[in-house]
Ligand binder design. Structure first.
Ligand code: SF4
Ligand code: SF4
Ligand code: FES
Length: 560
């Protein structure tokens, strides 16, 4: 007898105890038994229309759809063999009557559940001799090239229609026509342009009927490497997979986190990755140099340390020389003239924490960040707590917890005086500033990804990695600290900023350098109360809330 509130049943001979009200398909998953399905998705309602999940329940007069039938105490369920298997084979044969077998060119190949199930348990040979129905393609619009609908591949599971109705609650899709003439369509010419969340339908379409133009023919999915990460598009902090090929991001996809983004991500964040793929340049010569000299395309990747010599010109050097020279300057600094630290809200907590520490060691700093803001939030109405936030950077709250204050306008520009003392810039490419910004500083240290004109005035221009090239954490708008993992190899000599700054601080006799990102994170807890007691182990896969001092108050005010 199961404990109160639970039921115990047997699925393919495996006994499993689950909460009362659990569906057979979910209970089977709990027992490690996969039940084939198309129309069921854990984030949507279940209409039981694809008939792929039929199972045998002892005592029931006919097969039951596992996606809507709740398990009963003592029930004996069979998914393998007999009638259930025969039914699935028939359903698959029915789908293949019209579905084109264009797997060699379809972008869903490798992720298509029709392909998987047919391989697993379909008939060995098709019996259909009739020509297949041809419905053709449609274009639904939307961000970054938009979404293509291939009516011939659609198996009419209606996941996409239900997604739009139930998740963003923006009813922009419907089924038109009946029977085998049914197609998915938008209303008149409206398309999906206006929806901020529509591109999730590409991920949940179980076949290749909905595809992103952005990813068309870029890669076969089995050629992609995947890394778990956090979207950098806003301060919501949606969990994502970064899919990489040839050391370039090919696409971003949502990664499940019930506390932050459920199964979804917004369209803006999905396509906010091109900046991570900027080609490395060779500094100190060639195309990058002439582009800088002529003033066009000034933002080139900085991939080797540059130090300004006595002649006032920056010259490329190696890390050892650059660090020794910087440690010497830091050790000799007497704290006069003031210290300004400017950090981008796209840098990790570890990077920003070490930059703030350097500024403190140099003698009490103004700590600033600049970050673009949208006019308004774009809520995902059906998922409480999920919205594209106004702050269009992932770590605004993290920087505030580390003592940084907002500067500049809603475009992430302006707000800076010409500094006279020490200027430490991390990750902010100063693109809006004149070339002589910082030229008058006693010491100007630029740790960045790009060598912009303003960065050419730095005494030290040091190449650091983007968040996609290193491990680290961001703190989202509600104070949830979440880990991300390196997805790309860093170009040339670029290093994580926490590593560079840790070595400089160690040289200036502020203890030993952190050996890893995890170690750098532990130090934040020693210096800043919001991170006290947290570690990478405590954060785990879903992150953890920082201590109360960085949470939002009920009226939405930001508490630093
Ligand atoms: S387009 Fe895809 S998600 Fe939509 S009904 Fe067809 S198969 Fe299902
Ligand atoms: S809501 Fe924000 S964090 Fe989430 S996917 Fe969109 S831009 Fe990225
Ligand atoms: S998954 Fe159960 S009927 Fe479609």
């Amino acid at each position: 007898m199961a404990a109160e509130g639970t039921v115990t049943c047997t699925i393919d001979g495996i006994e499993v105890t689950v909460p009362a009200g659990t569906r057979i398909l979910e209970a089977a998953e709990h027992a490690g038994v996969g039940v084939a399905h198309y129309c069921y998705h854990p984030g949507l309602s279940a209409p039981a229309m694809c008939r792929m999940c039929l199972v045998e329940v002892e005592g029931a007069p006919k097969l039951q759809p596992a996606c809507i039938t709740h398990v009963g105490d003592g029930q004996v369920i069979r998914t393998e063999g007999g009638e259930a298997q025969e039914a699935r084979e028939g359903v698959l044969e029915f789908y293949l009557a019209n579905h084109p077998l264009d797997c060699p060119v379809c972008d869903k190949s490798g992720e298509c559940s029709l392909q998987d199930y047919v391989h697993q348990e379909g008939r060995k040979h098709g019996r259909s001799a009739e020509p297949k129905r041809v419905l053709g393609q449609d274009f639904f619009g939307g961000e970054s090239g938009g979404i293509v609908y291939d009516g011939d591949r659609c198996i009419m599971c209606t996941r996409c229609v239900r997604f739009m109705r139930e998740v963003p609650q923006d009813d922009l899709l419907c089924v038109v026509q009946r029977g085998n003439r049914s197609v998915i369509d938008t209303f008149f010419e409206q398309g999906l342009d206006e929806s901020g969340w529509a591109h999730n339908i590409i991920d949940i379409c179980p076949v290749g009927a909905l595809l992103a133009k952005d990813f068309h023919h870029k890669a076969r999915v089995w050629d992609l490497d995947r890394a778990p990460s956090i979207c950098s598009g806003c301060s919501q902090g949606c969990n994502v997979h970064v899919d990489v090929r040839d050391n370039a991001v090919q696409r971003l996809r949502p990664r499940e986190n019930p506390e932050v983004n459920a199964y979804w991500m917004c369209d803006h964040g999905r396509y906010d990755y091109e900046w991570l793929n900027r080609a490395p340049s060779t500094v100190g010569g060639g195309a990058a140099e002439s582009a800088l000299a002529s003033g066009d395309g000034a933002a080139r990747r900085l991939d080797a340390p540059m130090v300004r010599g006595a002649d006032g010109e920056q010259a490329e050097t190696d890390w050892r020389e650059a660090i020794l020279a910087l440690v010497d300057r830091v050790s000799r600094h007497d704290g006069r003239g003031g210290v300004t630290a400017l950090v981008s809200a796209r840098q990790s907590n570890e990077d920003a924490g070490l930059a703030g520490r350097l500024a403190d060691v140099l003698g009490g700093a103004r700590k600033l960040y600049r970050s673009a803001r949208a006019d308004a939030e774009v809520p995902c109405v059906g998922v409480p707590g999920l919205a594209r936030r106004r702050d269009l950077a992932p770590n605004v709250r993290g920087l505030e917890a580390l003592g940084f204050e907002r500067a500049g306008d809603d475009d992430g520009a302006g707000g800076l005086d010409r500094a006279g003392g020490v200027l430490v810039v991390l990750g902010d490419d100063l693109a809006d500033l004149p070339a002589d910004f910082g030229a008058g500083a006693d010491l100007f240290v630029y740790l960045g990804h790009t060598l912009t004109p303003a960065a050419r005035a730095a005494h030290f221009a040091l190449p650091v990695t983007t968040f996609a090239e290193q491990d680290g954490t961001f703190t989202n708008h509600e104070g949830r600290v979440q880990r991300f993992w390196a997805a790309l190899q860093a170009p040339a000599q670029a290093r994580p900023a926490w590593q560079v700054l840790g070595v400089v601080l160690a040289g200036a006799e502020d203890g030993s350098a952190p050996a890893s990102a995890a170690d750098a994170f532990l130090r934040l807890g020693e210096w800043h109360a919001p991170y006290r007691g947290l570690s990478y182990e405590v954060l785990g896969a879903f992150g953890a809330l920082a201590n109360a001092s960085v949470r939002v108050t009920p009226d939405g005010a930001e508490v630093g």
